[in-house]
Design a protein around this ligand. Structure first.
Ligand code: GUN
Ligand code: ZN
Length: 465
């Protein structure tokens, strides 16, 4: 059947947006398609979203979106669909994209009282050392991916630990559980506790072996990131070697931390005295460019901003962590104005929660003199994040041709939110979702059309075949 074209609804500015329809046409029958009914909200830019109340999201057997349109467009033929899942007035949104997180740190979320370098020594390093035990690694990996799915995070950029087997287990678990990841083995060969100190050549060789095993697995759902922890725990040899393996493994990622605290920046200045700035340490070793994801990036100067923009590098802004570890304030408007790509990250356990609702809220709270609108926060947690990691041709919104990574959200389930919130204006629904949201709001999560989490048995029972 044909899906007629659709004018996207107005956003908060009240203007009718570009008639760049999010409809598509199959030209095929509907027999293999699944139809999800609900209130579709799909980001377009920092200031605009497509808004279809009583919408229908049509997904094919490969998990690709065929159309997002008003239900009235397909109602006549609804009986032809393989399955119809009716989420009523609840929101259907792109899944959250978390651009920076640590799988092995989930067992100790919520431990504060120290700034970064003390916190690493006290909590993170001992917790990560225990991943030499593969039984522990398996248990935590399952816990972590369940937690992501429960919180509506369908794609995450993830640190594991230095342990090759534990990283392999993390990939196997993501493969089985259905999350989309960009992930890698951590590399550490300097200034580290003995239990986490690697031989440089072995670290590089094991990373490349894992990359060859996992990069591109399941049609590109699993991607590899070379992951030097940060400059402090890296020798020059490791950084240079990392630049080389990253370059020769095309399409892979480079994921690390950058300029998160002043103490860290001072340490790096002593460790690499010839470099003009912390960013320059990475630049000099070939670690920035397209598919480089640099977490935090708080202490940057104007020259650093120009280099980041010119090299198409991406930042991950982690406000919950920056609050929790008292690290500092991300230059949100300055980075935006410099046209540097960035997404949001939970940075668990530097941030105390996996929840991207919490991260969006804290991104707004953190800026003292700036208002960041719900539309903008929603954009950075979805399409903005996908753009930062160069996956916006696959995920981040609900256009035809994108893979069906989406979540179903119901803000009315919580006390303190009006019971009739789903009847309100979309801007108000998004605002309640961001400022009051948590895992209770997430009714279901899907990656490439596969349900990876649901709280609602009756929804599944309501499936018509
Ligand atoms: N810098 C180096 N390692 C880490 C880490 O595990 N968490 C955070 N927040 N920053 C880091
Ligand atoms: Zn981190």
């Amino acid at each position: 059947m044909r899906f007629p074209s659709l004018l996207l609804k107005a956003n908060m500015s009240g203007k009718i947006s570009n008639p760049d329809s999010i409809n598509g046409q199959t030209g095929k029958g509907n027999a293999g398609l699944t139809c999800y009914l609900g209130h579709i909200v799909s980001p377009i830019s920092e200031s605009e979203y497509a808004d279809i109340r009583d919408g229908a999201l049509i997904v094919d057997q490969a998990g690709v979106i065929v159309a997002a349109c008003p239900k009235s467009d397909i109602e006549k033929n609804i009986s032809e669909y393989k399955r119809v899942i009716d989420y009523g007035k609840r929101l259907i949104l792109p899944g959250f994209v978390d651009t920076h997180s640590h799988l092995p740190q989930i067992p100790f979320t919520g431990r504060s009282g120290k700034t970064l370098l003390g916190w690493l020594d006290t909590y993170a390093f001992p917790a990560e050392a225990s991943f030499s035990n593969t039984t522990h690694a398996e248990k935590v990996a399952r816990w972590y991916f369940d937690e992501l799915a429960r919180n509506g995070t369908t794609c995450a950029v993830v640190f594991t630990t230095i342990h090759k087997d534990a990283c392999d287990i993390a990939f196997q678990t993501a493969l089985a559980k259905g999350s989309r990841v960009i992930m890698g083995k951590v590399m550490m060969d300097a200034n580290s506790p003995q239990s986490l100190l690697e031989d440089t050549s072995k670290s590089l060789a094991e990373s490349e072996e894992l990359c060859q095993l996992w990069h591109g697995a399941d049609n590109g759902r699993l991607l590899y990131a070379f992951t030097p922890r940060f400059a402090i725990t890296s020798s020059e040899k490791l950084l240079a070697g990392c630049g080389q393996v990253w370059e020769r493994n095309h399409g892979t990622y480079l994921h690390t931390h950058l300029a998160e605290t002043q103490d860290e920046v001072a340490f790096v200045a002593k460790q690499f005295p010839k470099s003009r700035s912390y960013l320059d340490v990475y630049k000099e070793h070939g670690l920035i460019g397209t598919n480089s994801v640099l977490a935090h990036a708080i202490y940057l100067d104007d020259q650093d901003l120009s280099v980041l923009q010119a090299t198409n590098s991406a930042l991950s802004h982690c406000p919950s962590s920056n609050f929790f570890l008292k690290s500092g304030t991300f230059l949100f408007r300055k980075v935006q104005k410099a046209q540097i790509k960035f997404g949001l990250g939970c940075d668990v356990a530097g941030g105390p929660e996996v929840s991207m609702f919490d991260v969006m809220k804290n991104a707004a709270f953190m800026q003292k003199d700036e208002w960041i609108s719900p539309t903008e926060l929603f954009y950075y947690a979805t399409l903005g994040g996908a753009r930062a990691i160069n996956l916006d041709n696959r995920i981040g919104n609900l256009k035809p041709g994108r893979e069906a990574d989406f979540i179903v959200v119901d803000p009315s389930c919580r006390t303190g939110v009006p019971k009739d919130i789903l009847e309100h204006k979309t801007d108000e629904i998004l605002s309640s979702m961001i400022y009051l949201g948590d895992d209770r709001f997430v009714v279901a999560s899907y990656v490439r059309g596969r349900q990876i989490h649901t709280t609602e048995k009756q929804v599944l029972a309501g499936v018509t075949t």
